[in-house]
Design a protein around this ligand. Structure first.
Ligand code: FEO
Ligand code: CA
Ligand code: CA
Length: 669
């Protein structure tokens, strides 16, 4: 096994988010000049006892609790004993008194006739029937009103070829030679993307996938989908395979999402740029190509363009316009056609946190996960009809998409992205004069439209969720090491923001459709032990309780905030990614506690509760991915962990974990 060692620096980059917002005039190759010296890092890590040499997992199992017990005077909403953090571990870890059982893994059967998983063998036909790779968003849709029986909808965001199959380079390797990537491998990757619908049931306290379910479904990068809303049929959506601009094959890089009150699944396309080929640095750029570049297209992270013309922008220039949307899927009808809802805009969607506004309109909050990109809100024109689910079928096709501007005085406004509409100064920005012929253009080029309106450039907006009890909205801003001191603002106050922060938005008058809001920073993340980091965890937070890089989140039915992280590593924060419970109200506000940690190399995704709060589903994504400081790459042949099977020859497998309380009862209840 690899044995990671502490590196001399803490600079790091998230390969999938290069920052493409030119309004800040980014310097290419402007890598992080971190404030943290090695001495500071060691000081920070000393708090978790890994200052000089990391301990390999065998030793961690016996590791003592790392800090004082959780104070009972502050963290009052969550009743659990904090998990002592580990810098890394071969397997997952959960707070004492809880079980964390594997529900389904990459390669397990989804469709009834799925063949058994065979490690190391590309097989598109098998993969299209099996559970896909890199499970991300999880949504639970109860059947018959039951909290113990329902459908679990799962996004499969992307693939890690180097861990799935022998002989492949990591996705993050920008000089990867794609010559070894055969058509069969590409097609297997395409089948491992998309999503899964599985029927699950809890019996005798344990969750199982119901075999042979009539609801079982795999969505892939080839599934037929419809395009609806204002951009459907637009000239920029037309391709040689689809001259109507209304049908598309597949969805890509589906990251987080949401479940609607009428029981549909909103699944959000994020880093779609990486799939497209066609870089030509010598060709003069057309306006359309400049627009593609604002989206980081073509990214050339995968070999798909080598075998499929539609993923090469030189051959099919409009194909990328058909990706980067929110897709609505009805999991109760396995024959239904997934629909790309263009009214919600096109960008690197993280999720689709939502609420029914007090006037009955449906409101979706969305982050665009890129450095210096934006926070959005969509408000439907029509109202939700809870009694008649089919009445909501096309609700998401009409409404207003807006982008957030955060003012320094703690107020903010939603700027409507509406063609030809004057702003409050009477200026019309979204018009033909500025390259937007119609509303379809505004939506296909949402990022460019938001640039025109002067939206606030954020530190990588990830998940946004609404507290059903209070109506407060939590925005995860994961990090932005590229923000310079001259570029800080009230909502993004830290230069070289390595560890991210969380903003709380309060809609004016409790109205989620209001044009204005108030906001404040709930939490600046990172080590409270290192003064220069400027973290603001409340005093009751222990050395286990703080975290960096908030990514996904869930607000449970009791209104409690749970944060899933992406990017904590031994050399960055001295801890693996996981789930932290964060107090949002009262004296304990901004106190945080560790509940769960992922196995080495993984990222934490998909936090999702059953309605009775007795089960907490989480998604472990890319277990075994190479750590920053690893001496050798973690690969199929020699992975850093073989979680969750731990069998020779079996690669690590992304999997969904069901967390329940030993003996039953509410999670942290
Ligand atoms: Fe797929 Fe923003 O993470
Ligand atoms: Ca994410
Ligand atoms: Ca993530």
């Amino acid at each position: 096994m690899m044995r990671p060692a502490l590196p001399p620096a803490v600079a790091f980059e998230a390969a999938e988010n290069e920052g493409s917002n030119p309004t800040r005039q980014p310097t290419i190759g402007d890598l992080i000049a971190t404030r943290l010296s090695r001495r500071d890092l060691v000081k920070g890590l000393a708090a978790v006892s890994v200052a000089t040499e990391l301990i390999w997992p065998e030793a961690l199992a016996a590791a003592p609790a790392l800090d004082k017990p959780v104070p009972d005077n502050q963290a009052a909403s969550f009743d659990f004993v904090e998990l002592p953090v580990a810098p890394y571990s071969e397997t997952h870890r959960v707070a004492e008194g809880y079980d964390a059982d594997i529900l389904i893994r990459w390669g397990d059967a989804v469709l009834p006739d799925a063949p058994a998983f065979e490690p190391g063998k590309p097989d598109p036909a098998a993969q299209m029937k099996q559970f896909g790779y890199n499970n991300d968003f999880l949504g639970f849709i109860p059947l018959d009103g039951s909290a113990s029986h329902g459908l679990l909808v799962v996004n499969h965001e992307y693939t890690n070829g180097e861990l799935m199959l022998p002989g492949l380079a990591p996705r993050s390797d920008k000089n990867a030679d794609f010559s070894a990537v055969t058509r069969e491998i590409v097609d297997t990757e395409m089948m491992a993307h998309g999503g899964s619908v599985i029927e699950i049931r809890r019996e005798n306290g344990k969750w199982q996938v119901v075999p042979g379910s009539r609801y079982a479904r795999r969505i892939t990068a080839e599934t037929d989908m419809a395009i609806s809303g204002p951009a459907a049929g637009h000239d920029r959506m037309k391709t040689s395979a689809d001259p109507t601009g209304t049908r598309v094959k597949g969805m890509l890089n589906n990251c987080a999402g949401g479940v609607t009150p009428w029981g549909t699944w909103l699944t959000c396309e994020e880093n779609v740029n990486g799939y497209f080929w066609g870089k030509d640095p010598d060709a003069p750029m057309t306006r359309d190509e400049r627009a593609l570049a604002r989206y980081g297209i073509p990214g050339e992270w995968y070999a798909w363009g080598q075998h499929h013309d539609r993923f090469n922008v030189r051959r099919e220039p409009n194909e990328p316009n058909r990706f980067g949307w929110v897709v609505e899927i009805d999991p109760l009808d396995p024959a239904s056609t997934p629909v790309k809802r263009t009214a919600l805009g096109r960008f690197k969607h993280e999720g689709a946190g939502n609420i029914v506004n007090r006037d009955g309109r449906f409101v979706v909050y969305q982050g665009d996960d890129e450095r210096f990109d934006y926070v959005y809100r969509f408000v439907t024109e029509g109202k939700v009809d809870i009694a008649n689910r089919t009445a909501n079928r096309d609700l998401l096709d009409r409404g207003t998409l807006s982008v957030a501007r955060f003012h320094a005085d703690g107020t903010g406004e939603w700027l409507p992205l509406v063609h030809s509409q004057p702003n409050k100064d009477g200026q019309v920005w979204l018009s033909e004069a500025f390259g937007f012929k119609d509303q379809g253009d505004v939506l296909i080029h949402t990022r460019l439209a938001a640039d025109m309106l002067g939206a606030t450039r954020m530190d990588r907006p990830e998940d946004i969720d609404v507290n059903p009890k209070t109506g407060k909205v939590y925005v995860m801003l994961t990090n932005n090491a590229k923000r310079k001191a001259t570029e800080t603002d009230a909502a993004n106050p830290r230069a070289e923001n390595l560890f991210g922060h969380i903003i709380e938005i309060v809609p004016d008058g409790g109205d989620h459709a209001a044009p204005t809001f108030r906001w404040e920073i709930l939490l600046k993340c990172g080590s409270p032990e290192v003064a220069e980091v400027g973290a603001t965890f409340a005093a009751g937070t222990t050395a286990n309780g703080w975290f960096g890089m908030p990514d996904n989140c869930a607000v449970d039915a009791d209104g409690r905030l749970w944060v899933a992280t992406d990017g904590n590593q031994p050399k960055r924060t001295g801890r693996a990614d996981g789930i932290w419970a964060v107090e949002t109200e009262g004296a304990g506000r901004a106190t945080s506690r560790c509940f769960f940690q992922v196995p080495i190399g993984a990222e934490m995704c998909g936090p999702c509760f059953t309605p009775d709060l007795e089960t907490f589903f989480v998604a472990v994504q890319h277990p075994g991915e190479t750590l920053d400081d690893a001496e050798t790459a973690s690969t199929f042949e020699k992975p850093s962990t073989r979680w969750p099977d731990f069998k020779d020859g079996m690669p690590p497998r992304p999997a969904v974990v069901a967390i329940t309380r030993k003996g039953g009862g509410k999670i942290a209840g």
